[in-house]
Write a protein that binds this ligand. Structure first.
Ligand code: KG4
Ligand code: ZN
Length: 335
């Protein structure tokens, strides 16, 4: 009955983050050093720049996380680290650091799946427990997951092309909103008419829980090109709002259908796109109508952060998961 203190490291994309988490629930510190400003001028994350920046950031971020939690490495029970999926060079920085600390301080090493981290962000606030259906929507992933228990997942569907966040980012770029596009589309949509343009909704075959967002993305591009050809005004808020509505509609309908089919009365959102205000609002309405409880993490726990890795790492730890020093980064790691 001693406290389990996890030091968690996350470096799979463009955030260097270190957290100290107690008993899979209490976030004692969660330091996030974002590289967004560095990648902005390139319109997306440049992997080589990300790796180099992680190397510069990781030590100060670790010190800050320990300091804020008022701890030293001696107080830590185990070191958890994201080992995939993600950018291989970026992952390797966090992984090498985690191994070095675990080895030097003689602490167990626990590799965590990035998506499992996103899902586990739902355990930090409130009292939300499995089983539930989790819609994981981030920049790299769109997975509809049946969470049977802690650490027990079944993937019901996923995207066949672009991830939801990727579609947001690409559409934002095409209408001149810049990177990262998701939050910008969210914001500017509030000034637009979401029924102005009818963009396609892709439901795929009957009964499929898979997603496809490349169609709606192309439809936006075509629409813009047509406007230019006809010398029509391009109404950015209307395009953003109409695009957002079509994406959100498909996500909400498929998630609700999955919960009903599994006879589960709980739904969670996870990943960066779970920060989207329209998605939260529409999912909330649909859940209320069906008598389903909806849970989603605060904004800071939706986008990449180490606290969620610390929570997932806690459940791996109590389930007896331990990794060796030969643990490698796996860019396309499966859940
Ligand atoms: O989970 P995350 O931080 O990184 C990945 O693991 O991919 O997600 C980042 C993605 C980006 O595509 C970003 O545009 C999107 O989440 N995003 C949003 C919002 N905030 C972040 N998309 C829509 N609306 C938002 N408010
Ligand atoms: Zn992520």
């Amino acid at each position: 009955n001693e406290d389990v203190i996890i030091m968690a490291i996350e470096s799979s994309c463009d955030e260097t983050s270190v957290a100290i988490v107690k008993n899979g629930k209490h976030v004692l510190s969660n330091i996030i050093s974002s590289q967004i400003d560095l990648h902005k001028k390139f319109g997306g994350v440049v992997p080589e720049i990300a790796s180099r920046k992680h190397i510069e950031n990781i030590d100060p971020v670790i010190s800050e996380a320990l300091e804020e939690a008022d701890m030293t490495i001696k107080d830590v029970t185990a070191v958890a680290v994201t080992y995939g999926p993600g950018l291989v060079g970026a992952l390797l920085v966090g992984l090498a650091e985690a191994k070095a600390i675990a080895f030097a301080a003689k602490k167990p090493l626990i590799g965590v799946h990035h998506i499992e981290g996103h899902i586990s962000a739902n355990y930090i606030e409130g009292d939300f427990k499995p089983p539930f259906v989790c819609m994981v929507v981030s920049g790299g992933h769109t997975h509809l997951v049946h969470v049977r228990d802690y650490g027990k997942y079944e993937i019901m569907g996923k995207t066949r092309d672009d991830a939801a966040g990727e579609a947001f980012d690409k559409v934002a770029r095409s209408i001149g909103l810049g990177y990262p596009g998701g939050p910008k589309i969210d914001k500017i949509s509030k000034e637009g008419n979401e029924d102005a343009i009818e963009f396609p909704r892709s439901y795929l075959e009957n009964g499929s829980y898979d997603f496809s967002f490349s169609g709606v993305k192309s439809a936006v591009l075509n629409y813009i090109n047509q406007c230019k050809m006809k010398e029509q005004e391009i109404n950015v808020p209307d395009i953003a709002a109409s695009f957002q509505k079509s994406v959100v509609e498909v996500i909400v309908n498929k998630t609700i259908k999955a919960a009903k089919e599994l006879k589960l009365d709980k739904i969670a959102l996870a990943g960066g796109v779970a920060a989207n205000s329209k998605l939260r609002e529409e999912m909330k309405k649909a859940c209320e109508k069906e008598g389903i409880t909806l849970h989603y993490p605060s904004l800071v726990y939706c986008t990449d952060n180490a606290a969620m890795i610390g929570v997932a790492g806690y459940y791996e730890y109590i389930n007896g998961v331990r990794h060796n020093m030969d643990l490698n980064a796996i860019p396309n790691l499966k859940l």
